[in-house]
Write a protein of this length. Structure first.
Length: 185
């Protein structure tokens, strides 16, 4: 039976739940700076890299759904549809695109550095694009129009270096876990 047509097993459910919890814990883990840096994107990279497209995407969907119904899984122990529909909610929804890009590449071409690093960069770019467009739309409705350069300066540029570090560490961890666990995951 093809992998995409397989039913979800108890092992799959446990891994999806585990990585959903890891994403939540990483969202609460903030590096205090002028703009706090969380480890959410790092956890999404690793979840999709290790679990692949189907299970990685499911862990991100579950994370978003838990937050949407009010479970405080988002940064700062926040949750609720209001937070998700707020200025920065588009970046959380953008995690779906990150999981799609990374999970697809991992399933299609493996978990080697030359596959993971570009797919994580692409996934992050998709998350940035969706999140920034969302930010501009919501900000314009509540405060007033904002230019793309200003939005990028507020929402993307400060995170470029920290996100590059997250990608490097996520690639390393994903490679190591793949070698250590192999087919066990």
């Amino acid at each position: 039976m093809e992998k995409s047509k397989q039913k979800i097993t108890v092992k799959d459910m446990a891994l999806i739940a585990l990585f959903t919890a890891i994403i939540a814990v990483c969202s609460w883990t903030a590096i205090p700076m002028t703009i706090p840096i969380t480890l959410q994107t790092f956890a999404v990279f690793v979840a999709a890299g290790i679990l692949g497209l189907r299970r990685g995407l499911m862990s991100v969907v579950l994370y978003i759904l838990l937050g949407a119904v009010g479970v405080p899984v988002f940064s700062g122990f926040r949750g609720g549809i209001g937070f998700l529909l707020g200025n920065t909610g588009g970046y959380i929804v953008g995690f779906l695109f990150t999981a799609l890009a990374v999970g697809f590449a991992a399933d299609k071409w493996g978990r080697k550095t030359w596959v993971l690093a570009p797919s994580m960069v692409l996934g992050l770019a998709l998350c940035y694009a969706f999140g920034t467009a969302w930010f501009m739309f919501v900000y314009a409705r509540s405060t007033g129009a904002i230019g793309l350069a200003t939005a990028l300066g507020w929402c993307v540029v400060p995170y470029l270096i920290p996100d590059a570090v997250k990608i490097a560490v996520a690639v390393l961890i994903t490679n190591r876990l793949d070698k250590a666990l192999g087919d066990k995951i």
